[in-house]
Design a protein around this ligand. Structure first.
Ligand SMILES: [Zn+2]
Length: 483
């Protein structure tokens, strides 16, 4: 009988913190910029330069740790992780090993078989390294230290995940938490969130963990899924052939859908960690923690529950609305202005997401005033404009943030509600389309839509289609009775 295997996965996730300045100096953390312009003696590792801890980094790390239900170490310490690499000018990275800021937390995820807790082993603060740029034309490598000293937190999970789907659910949850806390934008593609996957397999029913490998260079959920499935199959194949899995770091090439060994996996002892003598122990006062606890934002899950209860929205709608904090904020503010949550939700989920998708925009790039959408919703509700025109106006709000009532007036889009005028238009259409009218009377329902369309056209689209339908029906049916 073929053996059954179980996959054991733990994650190390690096999250770049969105502070304005670096962790140990006052240099800007802004992305981009000419190489080596956001640098100083500290973040380029000049001899004698001394690091000074940025308090905002500690605050962001604590916010994240509390949201992950972690315990806090006070004091926590910084350690030197020693290794040589050209993008690391000090020849050590300032990190935390012995007393990290947070430990023993958990994240709850949704899986196919219900809710599951993924335990957090520890979370620590550290500095990012610079970046090597390999120039193939001139056959040399250049180094850019703008990224050197950007604050990171590393979140290390216990090996509690069993499938790629659970890994993706865990990462999505982490990303949502960090975005709602506004401590990071967590963009996998830009590297502000990076995941290393530790994976091993074991025969189902056994308790000992197999030898694990670590996979790096995973920059999308799809790549992570493919890499996990590929690595699981590779390890099972080795075991089936009676070979051993080697503990090593592997690099995933998503284009070739293949991973290759980079180096044998180091252990902590290889880095000769020791407490950084330049940095004081960090004492965290209970009052500060209490303040941070009290000021946690409303997270996606809480919003979902509230939207369903308070606004009577569907489960599907609230999932979409809370996918990003920015979207949820737009929705809430629009609702505040118009007092109609259902309509606000429909505009957000329908037209807003459609236009964003059409343009390939990230949710965070949507920038219209909620007040303008709120005004438009009220105008539609009063029947002053029909749905088709409302969509046109909304496009203008979405792209140019125009003021709707002014725009509608200027462009003559107000719906004609004068029944006399409408009746007159309908009469004309009936007179001009005797064939269609006859067909309708003979029971061909389709022609009714055609006649509505014709009437709307003579009104230049500025009529209430419901009213047109009603008047048209009255007139056609009345005549039909007479004949
Ligand atoms: Zn600096």
């Amino acid at each position: 009988m073929k053996k059954e295997y179980e996959t054991i996965i733990g994650l190390e996730v690096h999250v770049e913190l969105a502070t304005k300045t670096k962790i140990f100096c006052g240099c800007s953390t802004k992305f981009g910029g000419e190489p080596n312009t956001h640098t100083c003696p500290v973040c380029t590792g000049m001899p004698g330069a001394l690091p000074v801890l940025n308090k905002k980094v500690v605050e962001y790390a604590l916010r994240a740790g509390l949201a992950l239900h972690c315990e806090v170490n006070s004091p926590c310490l910084f350690d030197r992780k020693n290794y040589f690499y050209p993008d690391n000018p000090q020849n050590y990275q300032i990190s935390q090993l012995y007393l990290p800021i947070c430990h023993d937390g958990y994240v709850e995820i949704e899986t196919a078989s219900g809710k599951k807790n993924i335990r957090i082993h520890e979370m620590h603060m550290e500095e990012d390294a610079g970046k090597l740029v390999h120039d193939e034309w001139s056959d040399c490598s250049l180094v850019d230290y703008n990224r050197s000293g950007i604050p990171l937190i590393e979140i290390v999970s216990e090996p509690d995940m069993r499938t790629a789907a659970e890994v993706v659910a865990y990462l999505e949850k982490l990303r949502s938490i960090m975005q709602y806390l506004e401590v990071s934008d967590c963009k996998l593609q830009e590297g502000s969130m990076r995941a290393d996957v530790n994976l091993s397999v074991r025969e189902k029913g056994t308790l000992n963990l197999g030898t694990r490998t670590e996979m790096k260079n995973l920059n999308s959920f799809k790549a992570i899924t493919r890499a996990i499935e590929n690595e699981r199959d590779r390890q099972i194949e080795l075991l089936e052939e009676g070979k051993a899995v080697i503990q090593e770091t592997r690099r995933w090439d998503d284009n070739k859908e293949y991973s290759y060994a980079m180096r044998s996996k180091e252990d902590a002892k290889d880095y000769r960690y020791f407490p950084d003598p330049d940095l004081m122990p960090v004492n965290i006062e209970e009052e500060w923690l209490e303040f941070l606890r009290k000021n946690q934002p409303e997270f996606a899950e809480e919003k979902r529950e509230r939207y369903q209860k308070e606004f009577g929205l569907s489960k599907y709608d609230v999932l979409l609305l809370t996918e990003s904090r920015h979207l949820a904020k737009l929705f809430e503010e629009t609702t505040k202005f118009c007092g109609m949550p259902k309509q606000a939700a429909n505009w957000m989920i329908g037209e807003t997401l459609r236009l964003a998708k059409e343009r390939g925009m990230e949710y965070e790039e949507i920038h219209f005033s909620p007040q303008h959408l709120g005004d438009l919703i009220r105008i539609v509700q009063k029947g002053e404009i029909n749905n088709r025109n409302a969509k046109k106006v909304f496009e203008k709000i979405f792209y140019e943030d125009i003021e709707p009532s002014l725009y509608i007036k200027e462009h003559g889009m107000v719906s004609v509600k004068d029944t006399k005028k409408l009746a007159q238009a309908v009469e004309e259409i009936i007179a001009q389309n005797s064939k269609a009218v006859e067909e309708y009377r003979e029971g061909k329902q389709k022609t009714f839509g055609f006649l509505v369309g014709q009437t709307m056209r003579t009104m230049h689209g500025n009529a209430d289609p419901e009213m047109v339908r009603e008047i048209l029906k009255q007139k056609l049916d009345r005549r039909a009775d007479f004949s």
